[in-house]
Design a binder for this molecule. Sequence first.
Ligand code: ME8
Length: 654
Amino acid sequence: MKSVYFTTPIYYVNAEPHMGHLYTTALGDMLKRYYQMTGSSVYYQTGTDEHGEKIVESSKKLNISPKEFCDKISDKFRSTWDEININYDDFIRTTDVRHKLFVQSILKKVYEKGDIYFDEYTGKYCVGCERYLTDTELIDGKCPDHQTVPKEIKEANYFFKMSKYQDSLIKHIEDNPEWIRPVRFKNEVLSFLKQPLSDLCISRPKSRLEWGIELPFDDKFVTYVWFDALLNYVSGIKETSKGDNIFDEFWQGCNHLIAKDILKTHAIYWPTMLMSAEIPLFNQLDVHGYWMMGESKMSKSLGNVIRPSTFDKHFGIENLRYFLFKEMKFGSDSSFNYDLFIERYNSDLANGLGNLLSRNAGLVAKNFNTIPAKVALTCDEETILKIHSRIVGDYKENFETRQFSKAIEDVMTLISATDKYITLMEPWKLAKDPGKKDQLARVLRCGLEVVRVSAVLLSPVMPQKAGAILDYLGETRPLDGTVSFEELTAFDSLKEGVELPKPPQFFPRFDSVRVEKILEEMEQETKTVSTETDSPETRVIEPIKDEITIDDFLKVQFKVGEIIEAHHVEGAQKLLRLMVDLGEENPRQIFAGIKSHYMDPKILLGEKVMVAANLKPRQMKFGLSEGMILAASGDDRLAVATFKGSAKPGDKVS
Ligand code: ME8
């Protein structure tokens, strides 16, 4: 039996769980269920990342100790996952003793081997930011966020010889082209590795930060948070919270699930750390894109954060999982908005799967009471059988190559073909003719069989809903691999004689009035009412402005710029501060009024945007703005204009 080990990033406890965290965590849950159903032994770990400077800062604000603060937020993550039925095996915290001891043992090993050295570092330290700032970040010598001159600090620290492993890492990536998926992230890492790697500073002096794991070879220092955090993936299975060591069974099947924000730390820091510690490399790094919060026109202020438990109460978390896994092409970014979510739910689940079930089950209940016995299939069912065999055949490959949206779309193709078949066969007419009982049984069984198979295939995506449907249809075989996937999905294996009471409403339709009411309630609950935007309820089309000549137009020089840094601006309600590479000697600082539309500014990193490059620089309250990035907007929506393909920083846009 194959052993597979899935991990999510361990989340920082300086924010409560939101939809981005939910996606990766639900992804691990879905994969665990899929691999179990198809016969693997699976272990799934998630957890929280609790050290670092920010945590100390957040705890001070609440006047509690860092540990108390971490306990509180870590609990929030764990209880959220419990509330929404995430089937994790272990929840690791970097403050767990088992983890601390493991980190220290690895540090000792790496140090004794000579891969850690002591060196002095000089930099400009901003206490407000609690980090070193680069010269390009300063404006008039000051930190733009805090308007203070950073302290020149000469700090001695420990460094990990990451550069020593650069060539071995490149070789590993080239020899294992599927190791980082999708392939464009592999290419991104390889292209980064064309530059010489610098060594990694892995300590912080206790004089500045006490909250961390003490270095085993120098008690005046704590471990840098990433060197500590990444090791959770191993510490958690070397000693599980039950006290078992399952490393030998699961490590070789380790599959890390992350979003692209932490690609570099996972594809470079982590494998070089493993090489130095002489631990075999993990098996796979699966990298997904970002969920963006496009605001729904149904709500003015709910756009930015969706609390998983609030969402669950009102719309059902499994319906959200369905949407997320169908909508996101693995590796690309996707946008969430309520309109689209409701549209997909109504068309696929309420009108699709739900309707197919209630139509057929209702007629069975009325005409047979119980599921009728098998009747030989005819050429009428040929199309359905063909689609069934294709999609069941492709299902495993789609899951294993992380093409979840394809696997789900396939199920919907089968459902809509069956819907057409039912409409054509008109079972309600057959029911009126006592001589056509067999024909009626065949058609209704076929409709219900598609519902059964669909529920099996969708069970990793929506386990509770699928389970309830299977229970209702009398399909009681477990989905944990004890019955083979082939048997579970074989056509026409619906049990006869199962009593079908009037079907419950598995997927009641959401009508717009009901949705508006729910959104209002959620708005009250989440108290995220924004004071900064007052978007109109109805769409106003901007009139076209006065005509200009081509010469006027050509005065504006548009260029491609790559966003290399993106920050919130303290005290500014709408602004993000972006550092944009225009292919010039230094990147430019641009302030953009897009904060309310980008939940996490990191989402913008690496985006190639359109910049009006020859605007006169503007001195703003927060610093100099040296250009303008272009964005589309309407109602309360906004999207920055970006380039795909081979556009490079500095390219002319004409
Ligand atoms: O980076 N879309 O923690 P973190 C999709 N502690 N996924 C998102 C997302 C979004 N908008 N926002 C967050 C850390 N995520 C470190 C990790 S691991 C050794 C240490 C998810 O709390 C996604 O999985 O910032 C992303 O990689 C992760 O949360 C970042 O979580």
